[in-house]
Design a binder for this molecule. Structure first.
Ligand SMILES: Nc1ncnc2c1ncn2[C@@H]1O[C@H](COP(=O)(O)OP(=O)(O)OP(=O)(O)O)[C@@H](O)[C@H]1O
Length: 630
């Protein structure tokens, strides 16, 4: 290598380059003189591999590196010289630091100026492996990178998919940055607000659609839970708020605002919202339906209570008994008017069967499956009329401790029988007229107007025309009621029905009292027919009942006031006779005691009416009659 001319045709420059290439080649190369067992030359890589300086290696015997010449080494060198080259991985070098280094050796025979030199390329297989591993790692990493890129692409595609998804969903979705400006708005959100996506991007979304509360009062952005999420990193929800449209209208929403955190920094929030107008409407409808149901239940309960009360006190036998001309006329009238919805006014003396007629009309009507509600107008204190008719709200007046529905509502769909209609105070007559005309009224203490569909059957023993003339009864109301007048004749006007009626009562009352088989003598029948019956059929009924109770045998003892017959045939001792005033005082005392016992409570559970075993309306009328109303 000292002689620059050892290769012909090589210029000094190229020689120098070749020399550099040898010197700095990454492979470790030594030029060996096998006969001298010395290194003739070596490059930088060989010096590094063997762990000696160049100078040291040039002076060291090769045995220092390859060990004492072994048969293997001899055979290897021999083979290289004979065949021109040889390769082996069975040798070990002794490095400068004493370390044993297994090497791969490629040998090339290079005869130079008559000397048999060998060019040995030494390779550290461990280093090779390291290089290979590194290369493989790089390969894997490069492959991994591709893989990563694929994932990234997939993600980006997903992102596009996500974008598509966000665009397609029905919920409104938008995102805001940490400044509260919109960075993304899906089409559903923009559509709901009435803005375009482009118009919204970059805007303060709160000012755009969330600026006011439902009542129109301002909603400062500092209070906005959507923006709060950007400040406190917490998810915020809204359930009772409204968002505003571009056109100034609002819609109820439900929203969540979720903070978006990257590298532990809040970069914004994502808002998902839903227009809940339909749900709200459904809820409202449901609430309305529930309220109606509650009202219906309330009404049914009241109706039930009313009917229970009626059952215990009212007629066990409702059939109209009689074959007289006036009765046949009434039956005919019932047939005619029953199926219509016309108001009926029944006029007749007390006890002639006006209520029976009213019930028969109701039974003959299309309303028969709905209740017939009776109101005895004579029994209602003036101040309670309105509440009795139309109901009241709790607290509407002293004593109104709970909501109460009135008789009109109770009778909705059915018939309202206004007994003793002539007793209604004038002030209430106009309100009554309004319900008859419009079917509308308000409960006491309530603004809401309610509607009912009620047929009115009124009854009176007064001469209503005379009442109208005396201005105690409204003429317009009279005409409204008197659409179909029915006269309920006194018993005097139909004496021929008396035997039938008497037999009817003997049978029914006798059955109730468990006194069957009782009968009247012909003489008694004649006496009954001769009597004037100021109390009409009710009086007859009472006379028969008394006779059934007092008679010993099958033959009844009829006791008629006019005849002077004995009511109590065997008085053991003289009875104490009370004057009318004394009876009233006795009753007053009794009522007072009952009221005291109930702590002043008149109606309902544990009230005086219950204690006395009378209807609340009866109690009210008695208190009124006896001047005991405070
Ligand atoms: N034609 C009849 N057949 C059988 N019973 C009758 C008849 N008419 C009336 N009654 C009976 O006579 C009683 C009194 O009748 P009702 O109460 O209908 O009379 P009213 O005219 O409504 O009385 P008031 O005006 O006092 O309210 C009832 O028990 C009823 O059942």
């Amino acid at each position: 290598m000292e002689d620059p001319d050892y290769i012909s045709g090589v210029t000094p420059l190229t020689y120098s380059a070749r020399h550099m290439a040898f010197e700095h080649c990454s492979a470790a190369i030594v030029l060996l003189d096998p006969l001298a067992e010395r290194f003739e030359d070596l490059n930088v890589a060989a010096s590094h591999l063997l762990g000696y300086t160049r100078q040291e290696l040039l002076t060291l015997p090769t045995a220092k590196i390859f060990g004492p010449p072994s048969s293997d080494l001899m055979a290897f060198i021999q083979s290289a010289m004979e065949h021109g080259s040889a390769w082996s991985d069975r040798f070990t070098c002794q490095r400068g630091n004493g370390e044993e280094l297994p090497v791969e050796i490629s040998a090339t025979h290079l005869p130079f100026k008559g000397r048999p030199l060998l060019v040995l390329t030494l390779r550290d297989p461990r280093r090779e492996r390291i290089h290979q591993d590194k290369s493989r790692t790089e390969q894997v990493m490069r492959g991994g990178l591709i893989e990563w890129r694929n994932i990234l692409e997939l993600f980006q595609e997903n992102e596009r998919g996500n974008q598509l998804l966000l665009s397609a969903v029905g919920d409104g979705i938008y995102s805001i940055d940490s400044q509260g400006l919109a960075t993304f708005v899906n089409p559903a959100a923009a559509r709901m607000f009435g803005w375009s996506v482009e118009e919204m991007i970059g805007q303060n979304v709160h000012l755009l659609h969330h600026h006011s509360h439902a009542d129109g009062s301002p909603y400062p952005v500092e209070d906005c839970p959507i923006y709060q999420a950007v400040r406190d990193r917490l998810l915020h929800e809204g359930r009772q708020e409204v968002f505003w449209r571009r056109d100034g209208t609002a819609f109820p929403v439900e929203f969540t605002s979720t903070p978006v955190i990257a590298d532990d920094r809040i970069i914004g929030a994502v808002v998902v919202f839903r227009d809940i107008t339909e749900r709200r409407n459904t809820e409202l409808q449901l609430q309305k339906a529930l309220a109606e149901l509650r009202a219906l239940k309330e009404r049914l309960e009241e109706q039930n209570a009313y009917l229970q009360e009626e059952i215990s006190t009212e007629h066990q036998y409702r059939d109209i008994v009689g074959r007289s001309a006036p009765i046949l006329k009434i039956i005919n009238q019932i047939d005619v008017v029953g199926p219509t919805d016309a108001n009926v006014l029944i006029h007749g003396e007390s006890g002639t069967g006006k209520e029976l007629i009213a019930r028969a009309i109701h039974q003959a009507s299309r309303r028969r499956d709905h209740p017939l509600i009776r109101v005895n107008c004579a029994a209602i204190p003036a101040e309670l009329f309105e509440s009795e008719f139309f109901g009241h709200l709790r607290g509407a007046f002293t004593g109104a401790v709970r909501d109460r529905i009135g008789r009109f509502e109770l009778a909705d769909g059915g018939t309202l029988f206004l007994d003793e209609i002539g007793e209604i105070p004038l002030e209430l007559q106009s309100k009554l007229l309004r319900v008859l005309q419009e079917g509308q009224f308000e409960r006491v203490g309530e603004e809401r107007t309610r509607s009912v569909n009620v047929r009115i059957i009124a009854a009176t023993n007064r001469d209503l025309r005379a009442e109208v003339a005396a201005r105690r009864f409204r003429e317009d109301l009279f005409f409204r009621l008197n659409v179909f007048p029915i006269h309920s004749p006194s018993l005097r006007e139909r004496r021929s029905d008396i035997p039938l009626l008497a037999a009817h009562f003997i049978e029914h009352i006798g059955a109730r009292l468990k006194l069957p088989g009782r009968r009247l003598s012909k003489g008694d029948i004649a006496r009954l027919q001769g009597y004037d019956w100021p109390g009409n059929i009710r009086e007859l009924q009472n006379v028969i009942e008394r006779a059934l109770i007092t008679s010993r045998g099958k033959e009844l003892n009829i006791d008629l006031p006019a005849s002077g017959a004995q009511v109590h045939p065997e008085p053991a001792k003289p009875r104490k006779i009370l004057t009318e005033a004394q009876i009233r005082e006795l009753e007053r005392d009794n009522l007072r005691a009952a009221l005291e016992a109930c702590g002043g409570k008149q109606f309902g559970k544990g009230g005086a009416a219950e204690l006395l075993g009378i209807k609340p309306t009866t109690l009210a009328s008695r208190l009124k009659k006896l001047g005991m109303l405070s």
